[in-house]
Design a protein around this ligand. Structure first.
Ligand code: SME
Length: 148
């Protein structure tokens, strides 16, 4: 089994015993953060009254509230689309929680066809997140959605 296939299967198995959304997101981000290379922050923002609130994460403390449409996370949530930034320094609509972050990828998570959260991951390396990573993390996101 490839590493990616193993991770999808392992994530599915890990989340089966989680009793609520916070447990699901907490274990999902701990597992992903421990397995992903060159990722310095990884976590979730949850949709709450048309804003995003910081949820379970791994890494340094981060911005707690993000308006819909603002930054990479707000854009991903508002437009229900994956956002990949090769170099955050080139982005105008970007919220710098950590000065040292260079690349970022944000994946929306759904429940009943609505965006309920986003999975955000940061890297210190420009261009860290490629199409292959996007496809892989989208598969992972589908597993997480099953348990929300
Ligand atoms: N950079 C994000 C904010 C969250 S932190 O990266 C943890 C953004 O632009 O939405």
């Amino acid at each position: 089994m490839t590493d990616q296939k193993w991770m999808v299967a392992a994530m599915d198995s890990l989340l089966q015993d989680c009793p609520d959304d916070i447990s699901v997101l907490a274990n999902a981000c701990a597992f992903l953060f421990s397995e992903m290379e060159e990722v310095n922050w990884l976590g979730f923002y949850r949709v709450h009254q048309n804003q995003l609130y910081l949820g379970p994460f791994q890494g340094l403390p981060a911005c707690t509230t993000i308006a819909m449409g603002k930054g990479a996370c707000g854009r991903a949530a508002l437009h229900d689309q994956v956002v990949v930034l090769d170099d955050v320094r080139l982005e105008e609509n970007y919220i710098a929680c950590h000065e040292e972050t260079r690349a970022e990828m944000v994946i929306p998570l759904h429940k009943a066809n609505r965006v309920v959260a986003v999975l955000d991951m940061d890297s210190l390396r420009v261009g860290r997140f490629q199409t292959e990573d996007q496809l892989f993390i989208t598969e992972i996101a589908k597993i997480i959605e099953k348990y929300l």
